[in-house]
Every structure is written in C-alpha cells, then in structure tokens.
Design a protein around this ligand. Structure first.
Ligand code: ATP
Length: 246
C-alpha cells in the first residue's frame, strides 16, 4: 500500500485520512480508517478506553509515522495533552515558546498568555501553577504556533469539575476567535456535545459512527435536544441510559 504521509492539505480540507492502519505487535489498533475534517471545524472523538484515539491523534500530530495509508494535515498544527508537559526549570513564558523555530520575542508568549487569561504570570515557575493554569500554559504553547489544526488529547481530563468547565469555555472561545480546526479526544460525552460541530465514535479501529451537533452556540445543557444527542452518543458507546431517563 502506498504510504503518503503529511503532505499539506488543500484549502477545502484540514485533515484527510484514508486507509490508515497502525499495528502494535501484529495487532491493528487502527484498521483502514478514513477521516475528514473541514477547515475551522470542531470535531470531538469519543470511544472506549484503548480503542486507539490517542494513537490516531499522535499520528495526526506527526509523532508516530510508523503507519500505512494516507494522512494529509496542515503544516501548521499544534497539540496539547492531558498532562501539560512543562519544563520545570523554565519560566512560564519560556515554556510557551519552547520548540518554536528561530528566536521568538517574549511578546509572542505574552500575547498567547493573555489569550488564555494568564497575562499576569509570564515569570512564574511551573511548580507554582495550579493544574488549570498549567493547562492554560500548554494551550498558549499550542497557540503561538498559529495552528490551522489544533489537536487536543483529553486536555481537561485531570482538572476538577469547576476548572474543567472554565477550560472548556476557554477552548470554545479560542476556537471561535482563531478559526482553526480542532480535533478533541475526550471521554466526556457532554463535553463533546457542548463544544463540537461533529462527534465521532471510534470502535474496532475505525470511525464507527458520527453525529452532527446542529445546536446553536452557546449551548445549553438543559436543552432537551442536548440531552437527546448526549443519550444517543452514550448508547453508541454502549452505556445504558434507560435508568437516567426513566
Ligand atoms: N507504543 C505502543 N506499543 C504497544 N501498544 C501500544 C502503543 N501505543 C498504544 N498501544 C496500544 O494501542 C491501543 C490503543 O491505545 P490508545 O492509547 O490509542 O487508546 P485510547 O483510545 O487513547 O485509550 P484511552 O481512552 O484509555 O486513553 C491500546 O491497546 C494500547 O495498549
């Protein structure tokens, strides 16, 4: 099979994946997967633990190239993980610029920190940050790359409920302001319906189901249609919601 990895995509698509297969020890975790994401589209990816979500995201990020198939993604892309992965010996603003080519000015970091509500902490050390603040630094680090595609791997997974709600809101705002495509891996069905234009469910190595979320924004979790979409996705994930709705 032809392997054609990481060529830039056309203006009409942010991501195009065809016939993607990734195996570990002879077992295909991703098996002839097909996926398209439009520019500026917010896509959430759900699926049971171990179904290959993070593997797919790492491939799209260019961190795993041991694959078969076609993967077309924009040159400008950035990734944020569940763990913020900050260098403890570098101040916040230096962490934001970490890995950027050239010698970017501190002002570049400061602008991104401002966007994530951390303009007052450029000189802080990572160990003095709360979990939510560290995650914001991680987001700022993604933003300075001016991505056309933002890849988020459970970025809110380790946050407490209130911080999580604030972080979700922030990501929604950043997405609307920046207009980049987002692929968000999450375990949280409600989060997916709250943020995404389209929710994908991964199973058996492929995208087994997809659901457009045609609700106006900002979304209201008390809206009966919200609950309906949420229940439909939970059912697809094999979660019985009968007790909830009875
Ligand atoms: N480097 C690796 N070597 C061997 N097996 C791996 C490797 N990376 C992932 N796997 C396996 O591939 C499968 C998919 O893993 P992956 O982390 O992509 O799942 P996931 O859907 O993101 O799970 P979770 O929701 O629990 O984070 C798992 O069975 C995992 O053990």
């Amino acid at each position: 099979m032809a392997t054609d990895v990481h060529r830039p995509v056309t203006p009409q698509t942010a991501v195009r994946v065809e016939g993607l297969t990734r195996s570990f020890d002879g077992r295909a975790v991703i098996d002839d997967l097909r996926l398209g994401v439009r520019p500026g589209e917010f896509v959430a990816l759900l699926g049971r633990s171990g179904c290959g979500k993070s593997t797919l995201l790492r491939i799209l990020a260019g961190l795993d190239r041991d694959i078969q198939g076609t993967v077309l993604v924009p040159r400008r892309k950035a990734v944020a993980f569940q763990a913020p992965r900050l260098m403890p010996w570098k101040k916040v603003w230096r962490n934001v610029l970490l890995g950027l080519p050239g010698k970017p000015a501190r002002a570049v970091a400061e602008q991104a920190l401002d966007e994530v509500g951390l303009s007052h902490r450029p000189d802080a050390w990572p160990k003095t940050l709360s979990g939510g603040e560290a995650q914001r630094v991680s987001l700022a680090r993604a933003l300075v790359r001016e991505p056309d595609l933002l890849l988020l791997d459970e970025p809110f997974g380790a946050l407490d409920a209130l911080t999580r709600i604030k972080a979700q809101r922030l990501v929604g705002e950043l997405w609307q302001r920046r207009g980049c495509a987002v692929l968000l891996v999450t375990h949280d069905v409600e989060e997916a319906v709250l943020l995404a234009d389209r929710v994908l469910v991964m199973d058996e190595g492929v995208i087994a189901y997809e659901q457009e979320i045609d609700l106006d924004r900002p979304r209201d979790i008390a809206d009966p249609r919200f609950a309906q979409l949420r229940a439909g996705l939970l059912e697809r994930l094999g979660v019985d919601t009968a007790a909830e709705t009875a």
